[in-house]
Write a protein that binds this ligand. Structure first.
Ligand SMILES: O=C(O)CCC(=O)C(=O)O
Length: 392
């Protein structure tokens, strides 16, 4: 319990060594500043579009899934009030006194509902993530609700309603994908999308967000993920070798400068085409210059939209790399609903899509085989797919 970042972050300055990532993996590195591209926003027309509108939506969903593996949806049919109420109970859960959260903290991976910190493998990892997370299954509801927290009082009520609605949106999007691919409506229903797992991530304000991460670069192992990201930036998507998403505007950069002058003394800050050399010799003469090539808060990432849901296509369809960065002033809470195949589900390419010019690349496997390999390789995107590749 004392390992939870949310229990001690308030009393700690500077960032503890065990949370500092190697230079190449740090988020504030200038060479990884995102471009100003962002992921597409798709209007679902209230969830019941027909005819021409439906065809357009299907095309947009398929295009965004193939190009980015990520998009946001608006006008999806879930009320803004329900989204707010649900995010509120998540935030309230992390604000509970430590003794109320204690019964959920567990390092046992077999526990279905548990509060973890970092990856959940705290004692075996070299560097810890700056996040805590509450995890539990959501589907089938009647089976799992008794395991969920009873505090905050409205937790079960709001999460029950929200997870049902989120699942509906996810299944509609999957139907659009199968329709767009021409493999028939409902291709992803049943076993391929049987489970819904919730991970509520909580990233407290961090003393130096440029040195650490909330979640490292990864692709989700499942079929599709719907993410509620509240109103604080932090999600970044990796595309064509670059992190994409909103960058700081000039006023914000200026604020960062002022902080850097006060805090580090000497800084070289490159932003867009401008290069700024700020020299302030006292009191850090002689410190490691290279280490100071960071701005205080890393680039922002995917824009939070008041009513938006972020959709992320998982490994069973596509690999869409992303990560979560922290920030120095606001706690961030996000909720990922992972729609996943059942453990025994056999995964294989849709036969209608395989032909001489589009040969099968991966062999069939059981989802649980994929998952155990994913966990063993710690989600490393360089190697996760290796055991499933066919020799062609
Ligand atoms: O917090 C976020 O924005 C990202 C969450 C995420 O990638 C995950 O839970 O796997």
């Amino acid at each position: 319990m004392e390992k939870l970042v949310s229990s001690w972050y308030n009393n700690v300055q500077p960032l503890p060594e065990t949370y500092i990532f190697p230079p190449d993996a740090r988020p504030g590195k200038l060479s990884t500043l995102p471009s100003s591209d962002n992921i597409p926003v798709i209007n679902l027309g209230g969830g019941g579009a027909e005819g021409h509108d439906r065809t357009r939506i299907v095309e947009q969903i398929l295009g965004a899934s193939q190009e980015f593996g990520f998009f946001q949806v608006i006008n999806h049919g879930i009320s803004e009030n329900l989204l707010h109420d649900t995010m509120d109970v998540f935030r309230e859960f992390f604000a509970l006194p430590p003794e109320d959260k204690a019964s959920f903290f567990s390092e046992d991976p077999n526990k279905l509902c548990r509060l973890i910190t970092s990856t959940g493998n705290y004692d075996r990892e070299n560097v810890h993530l700056w996040r805590d997370a509450l995890r539990h299954p959501c589907h089938a509801l009647e089976k799992f609700i008794p395991l969920w927290p009873q505090q905050p009082l409205k937790y079960r009520e709001h999460v029950d309603k929200c997870s049902t609605q989120v699942r509906k949106v996810a299944l509609n999007i999957l139907d659009s994908i199968s329709e767009g691919l021409g493999i028939g409506y409902g291709h992803f229903s049943d076993e391929l999308s049987q489970e819904t797992l919730l991970s509520v991530n909580h990233y407290p304000p961090c003393p130096d967000p440029s040195l650490t991460l909330g979640i490292t670069k990864h692709c989700d192992p499942n079929l599709i993920t719907i993410l509620l990201q509240g109103d604080v930036h932090g999600l970044q998507v990796f595309k064509d070798g670059k992190w994409i998403g909103k960058v700081l505007n000039f006023g914000e950069v200026h604020r960062v400068w002022v902080w850097r002058i006060l805090i580090t003394g000497l800084d070289l800050l490159c932003f867009g085409s401008s290069l700024f050399l700020l020299i302030y010799t006292f009191p850090y003469l002689g410190f490691n210059f290279q280490d100071r090539f960071w701005i205080l808060d890393p680039p922002l990432g995917v824009e939070p939209l008041p009513q938006g849901l972020v959709v992320n296509i998982g490994y069973q369809l596509q690999c869409a790399e992303h990560r979560a960065v922290t920030n120095s002033s606001n706690a961030r809470t996000s909720a990922a609903f992972f729609i996943a195949p059942s453990q025994d589900c056999h995964i294989q390419p849709a036969t209608a899509l395989i032909n001489a010019s589009n040969p099968q690349i991966y062999k069939g496997f059981q989802y649980k085989e994929f998952l155990s390999n994913y966990l063993m390789k710690q989600g490393n995107t360089e190697v996760v797919l290796e055991p499933f590749k066919l020799q062609i």
